[in-house]
Design a protein around this ligand. Sequence first.
Ligand SMILES: [Zn+2]
Length: 124
Amino acid sequence: MIPQKILDKAVKYHGHYGPFLVIGIRASLYALQKMGNVRVCHIFCPQKKPYLCVSDGVMSVIGCKILHHKGEGIRLCFEGVGNTLCISVHGELIQTLSGSKWNELEKLAEMVRNMEFSDIFEVS
Ligand SMILES: [Zn+2]
């Protein structure tokens, strides 16, 4: 789960608390735990908000170089030293989140914060 300190820092950095920011944070914490060291993160997603909010989650947790790529859905590929880890967000969840209203964002952020990792992501 996300330590409160990390969450607070990310929200401050990003400017608001939302589910896509939480996705970036959780993917980053997972990548750091698995890889120890991340040098670059490639983010594949539509080049607009709220999808791009994922990026600030990665930046606030890892602070690595981030390269944006056009894509369908949301996929993050973390590059370490000689290793790579790619994580995709389940399409159904993205649909649910992207159709949300502004006043629902905090509630949805809490939901994503508390979901099982495997209910959010597919590692490949
Ligand atoms: Zn945002």
